[in-house]
Write a protein that binds this ligand. Structure first.
Ligand SMILES: [Zn+2]
Ligand SMILES: [Zn+2]
Length: 353
């Protein structure tokens, strides 16, 4: 069954999709259930860019909001009213390129109180910014303290889906984002589910390849995803920060095209294994890490769209850097014939999931 036969579940607006250092285009995605209006509430998935980037997007495309029958007219939306409609922030980790606009606007956000969802570690990292030194203390863990507009709410990496928004639940899985002085630096990957249709998509934060990680964690994500592909999960957002040729020693916890392709081959392998298991109804997960023949993987990811994001701007190419890296990924992917469609998440793009 192809995605076209299933109901689309989400609308996403890409406020920013870059991975720095261009501060006007940093990870920030606005999300809502497809059948709801933008007026009804919005999830801010990452908050690198925000009001300023959205202002430029809305200047270019004044009708980008308000297309829904029950929505307000497009002209009644401003960047401020859009962010006032944000009900919660969902953060993969607390690096500045993922939280910058949340910090900048924390004292001026309108609308109802907003929860900040992330791992306990991400929230405690954020606390060091909202400490009264780098920035005022503008968030609290106390759900009942009316003096704060922002409320921290930790998500556990415990295989469960937690409702974070009407009709939307999230499962957090931990991924490795490289090393720092105190050891492995973890980020999060989210399985985001539209409960009424049971449709999900996967959203990675920054992530390093399993092949060079001291503690590979992506494999668990791919194994969790495999049985659901493509009927339940047909869209994956994943970073590809660097161009082809970047030495492994300089990835700093990120992917480059060769590693992205390797991760997708691993996913395809897990999909084939999951389908075999389903056919044999064995139930037992006797996973000899059999080496699949390349032919066995042909078409394994048919019906899956992968959006690459978080490409690091070099200010050196005429074309947008994510298109350059997208081409490099497609070229490396082609011989594998996985059937996956590789796309780029561009700033200002509206994506139906
Ligand atoms: Zn980042
Ligand atoms: Zn990061």
């Amino acid at each position: 069954m192809q995605k076209e036969l299933t109901m689309a579940a989400f609308d996403m607006l890409v406020v920013g999709s870059g991975g720095g250092p261009d501060e006007s285009n940093l990870s920030a995605y606005l999300l809502k259930p497809r059948q709801a209006a933008w007026n009804d509430g919005i999830i801010a998935l990452e908050a690198g860019s925000g009001l300023g980037a959205l202002r430029h997007i809305m200047k270019r495309d004044p009708n980008i909001f308000g297309e829904h029958p029950t929505d307000a007219s497009p002209t009644s939306f401003t960047p401020l009213t859009v962010y006032a409609n944000v009900k919660c922030f969902l953060l993969t980790h607390a690096h500045l390129d993922h939280i910058g606009s949340l910090v900048m606007t924390a004292g001026t956000l309108g609308g109802a109180r907003k929860r900040i969802y992330g791992s306990a570690q991400t929230l405690s990292d954020l606390e060091t910014i909202f400490s009264g030194r780098i920035w005022p203390k503008l968030a609290t863990y106390d759900e009942n303290n009316p003096l704060f507009q922002l409320v921290y709410h930790a998500l556990r990496a415990d295989d469960k889906y937690e409702v974070i928004f009407p009709d939307i639940s999230v499962r957090l899985m931990t991924v490795s984002h490289g090393m720092n002085d105190s050891g492995q630096y973890d980020g999060a990957c989210f399985f985001i589910r539209h409960d009424p249709t049971n449709q999900e998509f996967i959203f990675f934060g920054d992530v390093e390849p399993d092949s060079i990680s001291v503690e590979p964690k992506n494999i668990a994500v791919w194994r969790a995803a495999a049985p659901k592909i493509p009927h339940i999960i047909s869209t994956i957002f994943i970073e590809c920060s660097y161009q082809t040729g970047r030495p492994d020693g300089q990835l700093w916890g990120h992917l480059s095209p060769v590693h992205l392709v390797q991760e997708l081959v691993t996913l395809a392998t897990e999909v084939v294994i999951a389908r075999k298991e389903r056919r044999s109804c064995s139930g037992s997960r006797s996973r000899k890490r059999q080496r699949m023949s390349p032919e066995a993987l042909h078409g394994a990811l048919e019906g899956v769209k992968v959006y690459i994001m978080h490409c690091k701007e070099q200010f050196a190419t005429e074309r947008p850097i994510n298109h350059v890296i997208g081409d490099q990924c497609r070229e490396l992917l082609a011989p594998h014939q996985l059937g996956v469609e590789l796309l780029t998440a561009d700033q200002g793009m509206k994506i139906v999931i």
